[in-house]
Design a protein around this ligand. Structure first.
Ligand SMILES: NC(=O)C1=CN([C@@H]2O[C@H](COP(=O)(O)OP(=O)(O)OC[C@H]3O[C@@H](n4cnc5c(N)ncnc54)[C@H](OP(=O)(O)O)[C@@H]3O)[C@@H](O)[C@H]2O)C=CC1
Ligand SMILES: O=C(O)C1=N[C@H](C(=O)O)C[C@H](O)C1
Length: 240
């Protein structure tokens, strides 16, 4: 495949390296300072764009590719209020757009465990749920996209919690799920779900040891998306 890298930071660099190791070629590596290189590209030569940039840059990057018929695999977090407009554009152009808040297979297993546990806990009184995420200090958004996905997984199975909120306290509301965000270097991404009661605590966690899992997952999806159309997610890609 010929891959366009939109956002050549920590993730983009690792994705380019792993893509070449898997035999793919890189059409261009685009950052904020060389966006004019996009004008020199022939979209017909590009099989997929992998987009890991910044919250304020994601929409323009994704639009650029979808408008030119290039399938997009996006991992940028912190811009999802604008996702409906990208989905509309994708459908109107008969394009392909894939989004995941986390491309690691381990985290996607963790998402399923979280949903299973939240169903059990909904049947059990006396526990207070909370989410904690820990990332490196260069991260721009809080809470992490993964923490939001985990919170949504809890909320959809819980009869008492109505929404989530970002806080520095673990338990400060009966109807809103607290998410705490910590920024500690070099943490690539740790997520913890806690259910606490007077009698005991239940805790599940996922800890990424590096960015390898996120990067490889996005390349596997880029290989899989070839020839597909529509708005796609991990539920389409994974068989569990
Ligand atoms: N879904 C997932 O699995 C994962 C998602 N992420 C998310 O991916 C995003 C990127 O993470 P990371 O690589 O660590 O961040 P970095 O800050 O290391 O990289 C982002 C890059 O995007 C560049 N950029 C800024 N504006 C534009 C623009 N207009 N066009 C193209 N590139 C631009 C930045 O350039 P410059 O430095 O010049 O400003 C920078 O090089 C974040 O939102 C993060 O949360 C991260 C890991 C996994
Ligand atoms: O910014 C990061 O680094 C990460 N961002 C994603 C998120 O916001 O969930 C995924 C991963 O945790 C790393």
């Amino acid at each position: 495949m010929n891959i366009l890298i939109l956002g050549y930071g920590k993730m983009g660099q690792l994705i380019a390296q792993l893509s070449e190791e898997r035999g793919h070629s890189i059409a261009a590596k685009i950052n904020i300072d060389n966006r004019n290189e996009l004008e020199n590209l022939d979209p017909k030569d590009i099989d997929v764009a992998i987009e890991f940039s910044q919250p304020e840059a994601a929409v323009a990057n994704i639009r650029w590719a979808i408008e030119r018929g290039i399938p997009v695999v996006s991992g940028t977090t912190g811009w999802l209020d604008q996702k409906p407009s990208i989905e509309q554009l994708t459908l109107s152009k008969n394009g392909a757009f894939f989004y995941a808040s986390n491309y690691s297979i381990g985290v996607n297993i963790f998402f399923k465990v979280n949903e299973f546990l939240s169903k059990l806990m909904n049947e059990t009184k006396g526990y207070k749920a909370s989410v904690e995420e820990i990332h490196h200090t260069a991260k721009k958004d809080a809470p992490s996209g993964t923490a939001i996905t985990l919170a949504e997984g809890i909320l959809k199975n819980n009869d008492e919690l109505k929404d989530w909120h970002l806080t520095d306290k673990e338990s400060d509301s009966d109807q809103s799920l607290p998410i705490t965000s910590k920024r500690i270097d070099p943490a690539p991404g740790t997520h913890i779900i806690r259910y606490q009661s007077e009698i005991d605590d239940i805790e599940i966690s996922h800890t990424a040891h590096s960015r390898q899992g996120f990067a490889l997952g996005s390349i596997l999806v880029a290989e899989w998306i070839q020839g597909k159309k529509g708005v796609l997610s991990m539920d389409d890609y994974l068989s569990f």
